[in-house]
Design a protein around this ligand. Structure first.
Ligand SMILES: *Cc1c(COP(=O)(O)O)cnc(C)c1O
Length: 816
């Protein structure tokens, strides 16, 4: 069976009839989307079957990527691209009078993540399938994903993201593969034939039902699996006898409380709330995932002693770190394994990625809460800690201070990062600088104790979604110049370097960027009725709103530039359009006020005729994967201006680079590696270094008020925040003002202000030389291949998971 045009047309029409029983002309775009996706899914399902058959038969080692978040976005187009049939489908639909692009837009985003961490998991899945790694996702099927952001009167308003309201074509419910997860109850240790045995009683059993989403590899017939778990009541326990007792409401309330476990994604990015429901979510999907992995393994009739030869588990940050204790529980309590053997297997299987050094993001659970919800798991963590502390005591010659510092349990809290390190064979940071800071500072004691565990794996992005899918014009141009080999071998993008000095080719790149800017301008005009000039510089900062990411620094520069324009409307600058996209956590007041500030500045500036449209400010609401795909190809400038040392890696920076934007950046996270890849001349670097930041924290000799007092520009802008200049009450921006002045500007916004303004002026002058600018842009694209997650995943597979790539096309031919 081949996926040609006739196949698509025929099956699409049949689907429309069987699904909707109406004439094709009576149906809407969403129905077209559902039918086409269903045709594609039918095809994919056969690949799923074949892939699994092969995995089982060959007993290939599998890796399971455990993550609280998978920010996958839309799937129809990426599936069409990976199957190699986007153009075929476009033609097929066009012959039926239907525009494929409009159909693609009808899909809603699967927004099961907050930002970078969740998007990384999605990029990794795409790369694993595409390069032939048997790797699967394990996560939660949240009924509500990340909230939808609306802007009302300049303020963020959150609307629930009811993404499942029309069903979800890509998922398959697998009721028969459900497992039971146990909460609460009490545990007794009894002596059975000289062995301690744990008896867990009076627990609450919750049914975990898996929903599988296929992950299609790029033109290789491999389809891996993303398994998301949903919480349900066990029917027999949904006790209808209570109904007759007049407790009907109780019964329904119970059902509701069970389902609440997978009801909603926590919208906190980089903040840890320590909430019971969150802990329930974590244990729920981890326990369900592990149970199903063990069950599948046992189907292969292999001994559990060699589990670590066939299985790898990766935990994406500490959220799934209870996996360590849960695997111990299964092996010891359910499979009667000894502690030592279970520990050997567990640590060989598990690997951990650390994503942040922000203290407010490090997960800690109060012992009392934890013990009550997971009594047996707590006992196991205590024992892990007891044995670990004894080893620390030995190694550091009885240094109790060290033991106290490194103990997994201390001050009535369980430190999940420490548990993750102790229970894994690999601990990786996500960019060189981040890994260095982990080793030298945040996790120094652990690095000294386990030097061989620590390693770096710089994050990456899938070039299939972030270039081929989001920027088809650029993709065509690249193919025209260097062929298509780079698609399977992204490092080959390097071959573009040879064209960077060629003026006629520079013009072609410039033209692609211009077309993308026109598309974005049209979108902005249509949605916000703001006129933006595609000839202006598109300067973009799009990422979650957080103080450390310093959207405030960006807006302060804009206000300064505005002040200069008011003073001198003929100021010789290249017109600029400043574009923002950012969701703030609903409970993060300062972040929400920063959104209001951006919008207030936008109102004031966009409506001031005196500055002759030289600058515009646009805040795009609801920054999600689909908006990112529209926005990034149109960017001239990528704003990566976090306080050095705070952004562990960043991945937005890589997406912009791959689409030819020039980065203005601090030396933070992967920005440093971007600089190394493109060279100093092709990136704009400014501001404090990580070491300087760390020293300033240590020496406490930063006083933001000094800058307020000495820099006229800063003084003027901050005064404008509180004197009604922006058309709001004098008190509106007190939180921002106080943060910068009274709380001493924790993220050194004022300290980096002057260097940032200077860097922005450099950009203005660089852009005047279009040849030079285009050359820089081409060199950025040409050197972005190292940031393909295909490279990142190859390193994870070789150095952490010890899994070889499979060449499935050949295997499949052998079979048939
Ligand atoms: C890539 C991406 C992010 C991460 O951006 P950073 O700049 O690395 O913080 C967040 N949200 C979405 C929708 C993304 O696509």
């Amino acid at each position: 069976m081949s996926l040609n045009k006739e196949y698509i047309k025929k099956n699409f029409k049949q689907k429309l009839t069987s699904m909707f029983a109406e004439d094709i002309n009576e149906l809407n775009k969403y129905q077209y989307f559902e039918a086409l996706s269903s045709v594609i899914k039918d095809y994919i399902s056969k690949c799923v079957k074949n892939t699994n058959k092969y995995y089982l038969k060959s007993k290939q080692k599998q890796v399971y990527y455990f993550s609280m978040e998978f920010l996958i976005g839309r799937l129809l187009e990426s599936n069409l691209i990976n199957l190699g049939i986007r153009d075929i489908c476009k033609d097929a639909l066009s012959e039926l009078g239907i525009n494929l692009d409009e159909v693609l837009q009808a899909e809603s985003d699967a927004g099961l993540g907050n930002g970078g961490l969740g998007r990384l998991a999605a990029c990794f899945l795409d790369s694993m399938a595409s390069i032939g790694i048997p790797g699967h996702g394990c996560g939660i099927r949240y009924k509500y994903g990340l909230f939808e952001q609306k802007i009302k009167n300049g303020y963020q308003v959150e609307v629930p993201d009811n993404w499942l309201k029309n069903g979800y074509v890509w998922e398959t419910r697998k009721s028969e593969k459900s497992v039971i997860v146990k909460f609460g109850g009490d545990v007794q240790l009894i002596n059975e034939n000289g062995k301690l045995k744990a008896i867990h009683q009076n627990y609450e059993p919750i049914l975990a039902v898996p929903y599988d989403i296929p992950v299609v590899g790029y033109k290789n017939n491999i389809v891996n699996n993303l398994r998301l778990w949903s919480a349900e009541t066990i029917d027999k326990d949904f006790d209808f006898s209570s109904f007759s007792n007049g407790d009907y409401l109780k019964a329904v309330e119970y059902k509701y409380s069970v389902e609440s476990i997978t009801q909603v994604l926590y919208p906190d990015d980089s903040t840890e709330k320590g909430k019971l429901l969150r802990l329930k979510q974590e244990y729920f999907f981890v326990s369900a995932g592990l149970q199903s992995i063990i069950r599948r393994y046992e189907k292969m009739k292999l001994s559990l002693d060699s589990l670590d030869k066939y299985i790898a588990i990766h935990i994406n940050d500490t959220h799934p770190s209870v996996a360590i204790a849960e695997l111990m529980r299964i092996l010891i309590d359910e499979k009667s394994m000894s502690w030592d053997e279970a520990w050997r297997i567990t640590t060989n299987i598990t690997a951990y990625t650390n994503h942040t050094i922000l203290t407010e993001a490090l997960e800690k659970w109060p012992v009392d809460m934890f013990k009550k919800l997971l009594p047996r798991i707590y006992m196991i963590i205590e024992e892990i800690n007891r044995r670990f502390c004894a080893k620390v005591f030995d190694k550091f010659n009885g240094d109790l201070n060290k033991v106290n510092k490194m103990s997994i349990i201390s001050n009535n809290n369980i430190n999940m990062a420490y548990l993750s390190i102790v229970g894994s064979h690999s601990v990786n940071g996500v960019a060189k600088l981040h890994t260095r800071i982990l080793k030298k500072q945040e996790l120094k004691d652990f690095f000294e104790f386990y030097p061989d565990k620590f390693n770096n794996k710089t994050n990456g992005i899938t070039h299939r979604r972030w270039l081929i899918q989001s920027n088809p014009k650029l993709t065509d141009l690249i193919n025209e110049l260097i062929g298509e080999k780079w698609i399977k071998h992204p490092l080959e993008l390097k071959n573009l370097e040879g064209f960077s000095n060629d003026k006629s080719i520079q013009d072609k790149f410039q033209h692609v960027k211009y077309q993308n800017k026109i598309n974005l301008s049209n979108f902005i005009k249509q949605k916000y009725n703001i006129d933006v000039d595609p000839d202006s510089i598109f300067d973009v900062q799009a990422k979650r709103l957080h103080a450390y990411k310093r959207q405030v620094l960006n807006i302060l520069n804009i206000l300064d530039l505005y002040n200069r324009l008011i003073e001198n409307p003929n100021l010789d600058i290249i017109p600029r359009t400043f574009i923002f996209g950012a969701k703030a956590s609903p409970g993060y007041f300062l972040a929400k006020q920063i959104i209001k500030l951006i919008n207030s500045a936008a109102d004031k500036i966009n409506n001031d005729r005196s500055i002759k449209d030289k600058i515009k400010v646009v805040f795009l609401e609801n920054y999600d994967v689909s908006l990112a795909q529209k926005l990034i190809p149109a960017a001239d400038i990528s704003e990566q201006i976090s306080t050095a040392s705070k952004e562990a890696s960043g991945t937005g920076n890589m997406k912009f680079m791959m689409n030819g934007a020039i980065t203005i950046a601090t030396l933070d996270g992967a920005n440093i590696e971007i600089k190394d890849a493109v060279g100093n001349d092709n990136i704009i670097i400014f501001g404090l270094t990580a070491n300087e930041v760390i020293d300033l924290y240590k020496n406490k000799n930063y006083h933001s008020r000094d800058i307020f007092n000495s820099d006229q520009r800063v003084n003027k802008i901050l005064t404008q925040l509180t004197n009604g200049f922006l058309g709001v009450s004098n008190y509106e921006f007190n939180s921002i003002y106080d943060n910068l002045l009274f709380n001493n500007d924790e993220y050194f916004v004022l300290k980096d202000f002057a260097p940032y303004v200077e860097a922005q002026n450099r950009i203005n002058n660089l852009y005047r030389d279009k040849n030079k600018w285009n050359k820089m842009s081409i060199l950025n694209i040409a050197n972005s291949g190292v940031f393909s997650s295909d490279n990142t995943i190859t390193k994870y597979a070789n150095e952490i998971w010890h899994i070889n790539k499979i060449d499935f096309n050949n295997k499949l031919l052998e079979e048939n």
